[in-house]
Design a protein around this ligand. Structure first.
Ligand SMILES: NC(=O)c1ccc[n+]([C@@H]2O[C@H](COP(=O)([O-])OP(=O)(O)OC[C@H]3O[C@@H](n4cnc5c(N)ncnc54)[C@H](OP(=O)(O)O)[C@@H]3O)[C@@H](O)[C@H]2O)c1
Length: 218
C-alpha cells in the first residue's frame, strides 16, 4: 500500500511532462534534475524506458542509485556545475527553480525545451486550469525566463500534473511489469503528518514520503 501511494503523482507528472509536453523521442538527450528525489527518481526511470540518453544531477552519494534507475550520466551537484559539464540537451526537467532553471536553459540545444515543475507559471498554465483571465498575469510572472529562453533560441514551459485515470492505467502496467518501480524514502504514521511535511520541505528526501493511515474496522 505504501508503494502504491507513492506512485500516482510522480508517475503522472513524469508521463505528462515527457510524453505529452516534451514528446520525447528515443535517442534524445534529457537532463533530469534531482534524480534521487521524489519526482526525479521516477522521471529518470521513465526517460530511460522511453529510450532517451538520461543525465541527472544528484548528490555524489546517490550516484549508484540513480544509475540503477536508468541514468546514463550523473553530475554530482555538490562538486560540479552541471551547466559547465553538459550541453546539447533536447529537454531539461527542473524541480529546483531559480538560478537552477536559468542555468538549465544554457544546456539545451537550439529549439530545446526546459520544463519547470516549480515555476514560474506561464499563460498556458492559466489556460490549463481554466483561468483565462489570469493569462496576462502568468505571462508576466514568467516574462524573465521566457525572455532568457528566447535569447538562447530555446523554449520554456511551466508544468503542473493533472489527474488522468487512463494514463494511470498505462503506468500501472509498467509498474506491474517491473519496468518502473516506486522509490520511497520513508513513511510517517498519520499522527506525525506535520513532521512528514517538515521533512518534505527540507528538500533532502531520497524518494517519496508516505503518510500511513490506521486501517478502518468498518
Ligand atoms: N508541478 C508538478 O506537477 C509537480 C509534481 C511533482 C513535484 N513537484 C514539485 O517538485 C519539487 C521537487 O519535489 P521532489 O519531491 O522531487 O523533491 P525532493 O524529493 O525534495 O528532492 C530532494 C532531492 O534533491 C536533491 N537535491 C537537492 N539540491 C539539489 C541540487 N541543487 N541539484 C540536484 N539535486 C539536488 C537532494 O539531494 P541531497 O541528498 O543532497 O539532499 C535529494 O535527493 C517540489 O517543489 C514539488 O512540489 C511539482
Amino acid at each position: 500500500m505504501e508503494e502504491s501511494a507513492a506512485v500516482p503523482l510522480v508517475a503522472l507528472a513524469a508521463w505528462q511532462a515527457l510524453v505529452d509536453l516534451a514528446q520525447v523521442k528515443p535517442g534524445q538527450k534529457e537532463l533530469v534534475h534531482a534524480g534521487a528525489g521524489g519526482l526525479g527518481s521516477t522521471v529518470v526511470q521513465l526517460a530511460h524506458y522511453l529510450g532517451g540518453y538520461v543525465a541527472t544531477t544528484a548528490n555524489g552519494h546517490d550516484a549508484e542509485k540513480v544509475r540503477a534507475l536508468g541514468a546514463d550520466q550523473v553530475v554530482d551537484y555538490t562538486k560540479t556545475d552541471f551547466a559547465e559539464a553538459l550541453s546539447g540537451y533536447d529537454v531539461v526537467l527542473d524541480s529546483l527553480g531559480g538560478d537552477n532553471l536559468a542555468k538549465s536553459l544554457r544546456v539545451l540545444k537550439p529549439g530545446g525545451l526546459a520544463i519547470s515543475v516549480v515555476g514560474p507559471p506561464d499563460a498556458a498554465f492559466a489556460e490549463q486550469v481554466g483561468q483565462t483571465l489570469l493569462k496576462p498575469v502568468m505571462a508576466l510572472m514568467s516574462r524573465k525566463v521566457r525572455a532568457q529562453a528566447k535569447k538562447l533560441g530555446v523554449r520554456y514551459s511551466f508544468f503542473f500534473m493533472r489527474a488522468d485515470g487512463t494514463q494511470l492505467k498505462t503506468l500501472a502496467s509498467l509498474y506491474d511489469a517491473g519496468t518502473l518501480c516506486p522509490v520511497l524514502d520513508r513513511s510517517f504514521p498519520f499522527d506525525e503528518t506535520l513532521e512528514a511535511l517538515a521533512y518534505v520541505e527540507q528538500g533532502r528526501a531520497n524518494g517519496k514520503i508516505v503518510v500511513t493511515m490506521p486501517l478502518s474496522r468498518a
